[in-house]
Design a protein around this ligand. Structure first.
Ligand code: PMP
Length: 426
């Protein structure tokens, strides 16, 4: 019979080591928030394919919509022959985007590609070269997005040189001593030391840093960034690849700060497990690039568009935005109880169902605990719970459970997590 071990050894023979693997498990089947591996073992999925499965594995509506699409046509390249699902996804995202100004949407395939295109559009609109991103931020693995990413290991090491005209400011992080004032001042310092404000096309920010550690941007910070951008004619890009599509309790996280960004990137859960990304933005800005300047062979694939429409329907039919809030509250309550017993849980934070805990030796924020975090991930996997980490020090455990998971399943997963902390304490 096939085993995880034999498949892993074939994998290691055939695939470069640069493609890491958190868990040595090969999936055979997935259903909502549960997975079965090739040896028949069941797991609860708290990772959701890194924020891709807000509607779970194989949501019935998604499966049906994709099957239906499969029966008609699967590819034309939108620039050659157009199709309605692309238009409908764009219309619905335009309606969902925050703010009063009319919107337009460009569809692509990956998150990195959406970020690349947002920068292209911002440069085309402003005629300026510069882009400011934030330390600890993550925007992708292509050359431009790697340059924007503010985290050397594992993303940038040895892969330079990076594109010019990219600068990094500080992301506010009270837990680690960076105030909103510090962060805003660091942007203003870039204007003095590195690039004049009139040469900056865009500031790109994650409303909640994802790979960087699930740090939530205070609403005041996003509001002040908006004001700073307005002062200098700079475009504000919200990278909502991880926060978007309902993860944080609103369709886009930045809505909660009352800020209208000029451009938003979204991907991951947008199409419930199919590759689709988008740039949603102010219509006048989106229309700046010349005819033929934007696109891609697979960009806005019909199968992925059909899936995205089903995902948006599922959000409405199942009240998943509200469910995201509930899940965030349920997790926070249980995690707080665990923290009482296990002081290694030094911080608990959440925006809707984007939940994380940060682990410190002796509860001291200056002493990150990456080894304990790895132990807990491996122990949870042995006990049937799939978890992933993040953060510059690898000491943040993040929870991205499908919003369609039942309370009973959430509790079962959290019970396993609690047992893992018990095992760590021994
Ligand atoms: N931006 C953010 C905020 C992300 O979290 C990610 C993926 N983790 C990306 C961009 C890149 O997306 P992709 O892997 O689909 O290229």
């Amino acid at each position: 019979a096939t085993s995880n071990a034999t498949l892993m050894s074939r994998r290691n023979q055939a695939i470069p080591r640069g493609v890491g693997n958190i868990h040595e498990v090969f999936i055979a089947r997935g259903e909502n928030a549960e997975i079965w591996d090739v040896e028949g073992r069941r797991y609860i999925d708290f990772a959701g394919g890194i924020a891709v499965l807000n509607t779970g594995h194989r949501h019935a509506r998604v499966v049906e919509a994709v099957k239906d699409q499969l029966e008609r046509y699967t590819h034309t390249c939108f620039q050659v022959l157009a199709y309605e699902p692309y238009v409908e996804v764009a219309e619905r995202l335009n309606a969902l985007a925050p703010g009063k100004s009319p919107k337009k949407t460009l569809l692509l395939t990956t998150g990195a590609e959406a970020v690349e295109n947002a920068v292209k559009i911002a440069r085309s609109h402003t005629g300026r070269p510069g882009v400011i991103a934030f330390g600890g931020g993550y925007h992708g693995r292509t050359l431009l997005t790697m340059g924007l990413t503010g985290k050397v290991m594992p993303y940038k090491k040895g892969f330079g040189p990076f594109p010019a005209n990219i600068f990094h400011a500080q992301f506010p992080n009270l837990l680690h001593g960076v105030t909103v004032d510090d962060a805003i001042r660091s942007v203003e310092t870039l204007f003095k030391n590195d690039i004049e404000a009139t040469q900056v096309a865009a500031i790109i920010v994650e409303p909640v840093q994802g790979e960087g550690g699930f740090y939530i941007a205070p609403p005041e910070f996003l509001q002040r960034l908006r004001a700073l951008c307005d002062t200098h004619g700079i475009l504000l890009i919200a990278d909502e690849v991880q926060t978007g599509a309902g993860r944080t309790g609103t369709w886009f996280a930045i809505e909660q700060a009352g800020v209208e960004p000029d451009l938003i990137t979204v991907a991951k859960s947008l199409a419930g497990g199919f590759p689709l990304s988008a740039v949603v933005g102010r219509a006048d800005i989106m229309d700046t690039p010349h005819v033929g300047g934007l696109g891609g062979t697979y960009a806005g694939s019909p199968l992925a568009c059909a899936a995205a429409l089903a995902v948006m329907d599922a959000f409405e039919a199942q009240g998943l935005l509200k469910r995201s809030q509930e899940i965030g509250e349920r997790f926070t309550k249980r995690l707080k109880a665990m923290a009482v017993e296990h002081p290694i849980i030094g911080d608990i934070r959440s925006l809707g169902a984007m939940v994380a805990i940060e682990l410190f030796e002796g509860g001291d924020p200056s002493r990150p605990a990456p080894k304990a975090t790895s132990f807990l991930l491996a122990e949870a996997c042995r006990r049937g719970l799939i978890l992933i980490s993040c953060g510059t020090h690898g000491n943040v455990m993040r929870f991205l459970v499908p919003l369609t998971a039942s309370d009973a399943l959430l509790d079962e997963g959290l019970d396993i997590l609690s047992q893992c902390f018990g095992a760590l304490a021994k």
